[in-house]
Design a protein around this ligand. Structure first.
Ligand code: PMP
Ligand code: GLN
Length: 405
């Protein structure tokens, strides 16, 4: 294995999906809905597959199927308040994963530093290392509370610690809002603090916004690209998997100014080159439909979060009832909970992993048949202890509806 991949061999997804196959638990681990996506996207696939335009079964434009980049440019032009060029400022990728990969590999090299906020979506680190850059970590920490529920808003960055990470070698910061796994939706003042540092040190902001539509009122998703002076230094990433509840389609995108997108195009054209035409066409049709009802309650981008709210609250109640202490997410479809009050009820000694959260989640999968994800996977090895008291559960699952009723 080349040096740049050494240390990245282990993947929590590979391990836990295998574990689920072996033990058949209620799978609240990997994040995906277990119910049907909106019928207009599945109908669109069927129509495209059987329709007269046979060319839709062949390669399409490498940087994105014209119909999809056009509608993405139209949508995000509205959302960021500037006119996007569909050909040079939008790139369609194989899921948000490839958008992250093209951004990181296209903008970093040996010796560059990339700031990553813990807990993080785990693939950021291997990607930064694949580019031979150096990840620098800062953890969101829960503020001490004497009473009341804990919200993802209570997990905050220390401004001085953040400022101290920026230096002449800093190339980029990865910002995930709404965030996985905590569900934190960064506030305007938090984003301004990050933006000010990016501008001061001439740093690229990689904004992973795959959960942009999954925000619980009154919280509001703010795109950091819309802050003054940030458009020209931000690449924003989205996912059709999250937007339309079709994670298996693996269609994602990145948008940003042409001079930054150029580097992503170079990585993409020499790796994936072009993504599935049929799926891009179906996603484009889905966006065209939703754009007509944007901001209205029946728009899927609005209704999904409303529907999820009762599942979120049910999950929080359920976890509290069994003795865990959940952090209530402001966005996304994951919930992190402190499980340590259950220590006497589980037999951690039956598992051999170094981190207690791995032992807890494995024991629970095998013995209680409920699977969660160990959050220490979302920390650097030196900070993994910060995740050990927690477990992450995904609540976009149908079973919760039946239990709610
Ligand atoms: N970023 C975050 C924060 C995620 O949770 C995920 C998983 N959906 C991705 C990126 C990757 O998205 P995709 O499935 O579109 O590749
Ligand atoms: N983003 C999803 C999660 O966090 C899935 C990740 C994956 O399958 N690699 O659960």
């Amino acid at each position: 294995l080349p040096e740049r991949y050494v240390g990245s061999e282990k993947s929590v997804w590979v391990e836990y999906i295998q574990l689920a196959l072996e033990h058949n638990p209620l799978n609240l681990g990997q994040g995906f809905p277990d119910y049907a996506p909106p019928d207009y996207v599945t109908k669109a696939i069927a129509e495209v597959a059987q329709g007269d335009n046979v060319l839709l079964h062949q390669y399409t434009r490498g940087f994105g199927h014209p119909r999809l980049v056009n509608v993405l440019a139209k949508l995000y032009s509205q959302l960021v308040g500037r006119q996007l060029n569909p050909l040079s400022e939008v790139l369609v990728t194989a899921g948000a994963y490839e958008a992250l990969f093209a951004t990181i590999l296209g903008h970093t090299g040996p010796g560059d530093e990339v700031i990553i906020i813990e807990p993080f979506f785990d693939c950021y680190v291997p990607m930064v290392k694949a580019g031979q850059a150096i990840p620098r970590f800062i953890a969101l920490k829960p503020q001490k509370k004497t009473s009341g529920v804990i919200s993802s808003a209570d997990w905050v960055l220390d401004p001085n610690e953040l400022a101290s990470l920026f230096n002449a070698k800093t190339k980029a910061i990865i910002l995930n809002t709404p965030q996985n796994p905590l569900g934190k939706v960064f506030s305007r003042s938090e984003l301004e603090m990050i933006a000010d540092l990016c501008k001061k040190w001439n740093v690229l902001c990689v904004a992973d916004e795959v959960y942009e539509w999954l925000v619980y009122k009154p919280n509001e998703h703010i795109r950091i690209a819309t802050l003054p002076g940030m458009w020209e230094r931000t690449i924003t990433i989205g996912s059709a998997g999250k937007t339309f509840s079709v994670t298996g389609w693996k269609i994602g995108w990145a948008y940003g100014p042409a001079h930054l997108m150029k580097n992503l195009q170079t990585v993409h054209q020499n790796c994936v080159y072009t993504c599935s035409t049929v799926l891009q066409e179906a996603v484009a049709r889905g966006f065209e439909l939703e754009m007509q009802r944007l901001g209205q309650p029946e728009c899927y981008f609005q209704s999904l979060a409303v529907e999820l709210l009762s599942k979120r609250d049910f999950m929080a109640q359920f976890l509290s009832d069994v003795g865990m202490v959940p952090t209530i997410p402001e966005g996304g479809y994951f919930m992190v909970a402190d499980w340590t009050a259950l220590t006497n009820k589980v037999r951690l000694e039956e598992e051999t992993d170094k981190n207690r959260d791995y032992r807890f989640t494995k024991w629970m999968t095998k013995n209680v048949k409920i699977q969660g994800i160990p959050p220490s996977a979302f920390y650097s090895p030196e900070h993994s202890n910060l995740g050990e008291n927690y477990v992450r559960y995904c609540f976009i699952k149908v079973w919760l509806v039946s239990l709610c009723l």
